[in-house]
Design a binder for this molecule. Sequence first.
Ligand code: FE2
Ligand code: FE2
Length: 203
Amino acid sequence: MPTGSGRCEMNELYRAYRQSFALLSSAEGLSFLQLVAPLLAQAELRALQGYRHHKHTNRLHHVIRVAYLSYVLAKKKGYDEVTAARGALLHDLFYYDDEQGDKPAHAYRTHPRMALKNAERLLPLSDAERDIILHHMWPLTAGAPQTKEGRLVCLADKYCSLLERVHIRQRKTLSDTHQMKGQINDRDRETEADTKLFDHCAH
Ligand SMILES: [Fe+2]
Ligand SMILES: [Fe+2]
């Protein structure tokens, strides 16, 4: 069991993870959206919506969650929250479906370089943002993140990846059960939430 500050950090991570599903309903969620709105307005970012990620979610939802967790924790620790949020939003900027045949060999190892190339094509990056993108898969890839923000995003990414595989699968199973009873399902809710989120970012 984590103790002291370790437990505090786990609680904080979990709170931020849960909040990331309803960004429009908290002051912190709204200030995060205001910060990342110019990036979320980019078609290259929104296109991530069309790619499955960690089996039960899509890549856009994943990068938004990782960016929000990184933003909340960076603020709390006095790190650069703008760099953490921007780097995290771009950390998986690549376009193949996790569940289909177009997934390249050794994708877990090669996608950070792919994401960096795509992000550099999209906008100028700082050294710290490059570090976040390139080293987020450590220790599965060589080279640990060199910055505090890079280490934070590396942790937030692993935390979200784990919960997405477990928690979202559970949510979807429950939703399918409700759907059989004629109730609204999670996929409808996600589409509705995305529309509201993008509308908010457009203003
Ligand atoms: Fe990744
Ligand atoms: Fe990721």
